[in-house]
Design a protein around this ligand. Sequence first.
Ligand SMILES: NC(=O)c1ccc[n+]([C@@H]2O[C@H](COP(=O)([O-])OP(=O)(O)OC[C@H]3O[C@@H](n4cnc5c(N)ncnc54)[C@H](O)[C@@H]3O)[C@@H](O)[C@H]2O)c1
Length: 360
Amino acid sequence: MGVFVSTDDPGPAGHEQVVFCQDRQSGLKAIIGIYSTALGPALGGTRFYPYASEEAALADVLDLSRGMAYKNALAGLDLGGGKAVIWGDPDQVKSEALLRAYGRFVQSLGGRYYTACDVGTYVADMDVIARETRYVTGRSVEHGGAGDSSVLTAWGVFQGMRAAAEHVWGSPSLRGRRVGVAGLGKVGRHLTGHLVDDGAEVVATDVDPRALEWARTNHPGVALVADTAALVAADIDVYAPCALGGALNDDTVPALRARVVAGAANNQLAHSGIEKLLADRGILYAPDYVVNAGGVIQVADEIEGFNFDRAKLRATRIFDTTRQILRLADEEGVPPAVAADRLAERRMADVGRLRAIHLG
Ligand SMILES: NC(=O)c1ccc[n+]([C@@H]2O[C@H](COP(=O)([O-])OP(=O)(O)OC[C@H]3O[C@@H](n4cnc5c(N)ncnc54)[C@H](O)[C@@H]3O)[C@@H](O)[C@H]2O)c1
């Protein structure tokens, strides 16, 4: 059973549509948030998480779907922004029936929303959801999917970092620069490879001993430090947060010695005002959602029939987008995070407006 809440006027957070989905028998409780379809169908992952309340789940999906609209707009995709949350503990309630029930709700939207993986959902889950809906990306390679999205996420972060380096030092090369990578997970490892290939000196940290072992084995030249506090205080040129959100906060920013921040983690700014603190300290922040868009570019490519080379070419353009944002920030005298939002809003308005041209 599903309850559709659709508004002619934008809702409190400016969303086009919020869909509440419930299937009692399988235990499914989900909310799909469609922030904008101005540029095309909304794309964004499904987060499966044991929220404390329905209000908390709703707040998260509204926030995340809005963020996806901005990310997809600046990634140059013909896709709008959406996101979904399934409310529950995936370890307790995830089942074939629940995922397929969810897939039917996605299908019922007729292509207004494409789903993908997020926290608590995996490639194998997308394969199950795909048995009920065409509107799913992030499937396994065997099912025509794009596979592990961290490959192009890391490539895009590297491109964004190169653009930031060019802005600060006049050359995009990272040769001889000291880059601090916080988090040697899927993205951090690929990024380390690109940096080492480019001739950068990498300093890294991770809380997981297996990640440190990976670095010792694969990149013995990488210097390892105890924790992120040590990394932030280290003599580095670039800081790449590749672990959790909130990496840039009231403690880390005053201690940071790097001139550039460019990393994969989502929601790096702990609260609004941090972007100004970074700018006041002369630290150039390449906005997270701009430089980490390689993953969504990779999964979005599935909609056309996945082609790695084409997706990589698109992810490479993150260099140009980051450069454009940094120039706009200078011209308009605002932090890059503000310039990025302005550029995304401009594309949504300018291109979205064209829908009014009648096609018969
Ligand atoms: N994978 C993608 O395609 C993708 C796309 C966009 C954004 N991101 C974001 O990038 C970040 C990294 O993603 P991932 O796929 O590599 O995740 P991951 O889980 O593979 O890696 C995260 C790594 O960070 C480490 N870590 C956790 N807490 C830490 C801490 N306090 N200090 C140091 N290390 C710590 C973990 O041990 C792990 O090795 C996440 O914030 C994710 O949301 C990922």
